[in-house]
Design a protein around this ligand. Structure first.
Ligand SMILES: [Zn+2]
Length: 234
């Protein structure tokens, strides 16, 4: 589908794609280290973590586009000179698929599956975790005399109260609050467990960093030497 006159720029090597995948792992490693370093330093690391997470997301997105290139996914002709941005690769592939080409998806990767799992974890609102049919409240709206159309309170384990919160009796409200308390406690516990695991992994990465390896890798010293002498002798 590429323009025959255009230089062949839409390619990716297996080594390149694997390197990007490794970079995602290294970035996650950095995040785990930050989670753990909070045990050593009384600072709020949320901004640092959010920055790293955002970069890891960008690299993951880029890796997906590179994976499409590696699979020789069909692409609509590029509308700009030079290499495409990752999102343009997705768009060009989508356009080619629309025109009848075979759809490809970025390859599966362990880091990708783990990232999806980590994202999903404790941010789920478990009090809303009933996905089937939700009965309506059996109460009546005082002003209009019509049936209330709110959903009945969910009490957990697939059971509902007769009424929505505003029409429910104190006993129903109490059962609802008990259910929410149990959910919140379960959520809190699973979150803490997960944080504890992440912190322990971060700790072992830090130990690895400092065990048997010089804190400053040789390239850092060499590059610093060159850069500093360049500055002295411009
Ligand atoms: Zn109601």
């Amino acid at each position: 589908m590429t323009d025959s006159n255009a230089p062949e720029v839409d390619s990716a090597s297996p080594l390149g794609v694997e390197t990007l995948e490794k970079l995602r792992v290294v970035l996650l490693e950095c995040e785990l280290v930050l989670i753990s370093v909070a045990d050593e330093i009384d600072l709020n690391f949320e901004e640092c973590l959010a920055g790293l997470t955002a970069v890891r997301g960008l690299v993951g997105h880029t890796w997906g586009a590179a994976s499409l290139l590696l699979q020789n996914a069909a692409l609509q002709s590029s509308w700009s000179a030079g290499p495409s941005r990752p999102r343009a690769i997705y768009a060009r592939h989508a356009a080619a698929v629309k025109a009848g080409a075979l759809r490809r998806a970025p390859a599966q990767s362990l880091i990708g599956r783990l990232e999806a799992e980590l994202e999903r974890l404790p941010h789920v609102d478990l009090s809303q975790n009933f996905s089937g049919y939700r009965p309506e409240c059996t109460g009546f709206v005082a002003k209009t005399g019509k049936r209330c159309t709110n959903t009945a309170l969910y009490l957990g384990a697939g059971s509902f109260a007769q009424h929505c919160y505003s029409h429910s009796a104190p006993t129903e409200r109490e059962r609802f609050r008990d259910h929410q308390d149990r959910q919140n406690q379960a959520l809190e516990e699973s979150w803490l467990e997960r944080q504890e695991l992440l912190r322990a992994i971060g700790r072992s990465i830090i130990d690895d960093w400092f065990q048997g390896r010089r804190l400053q890798p040789p390239w850092l010293v060499e590059l610093a030497d060159v850069a500093i002498s360049d500055q002295r002798n411009p």
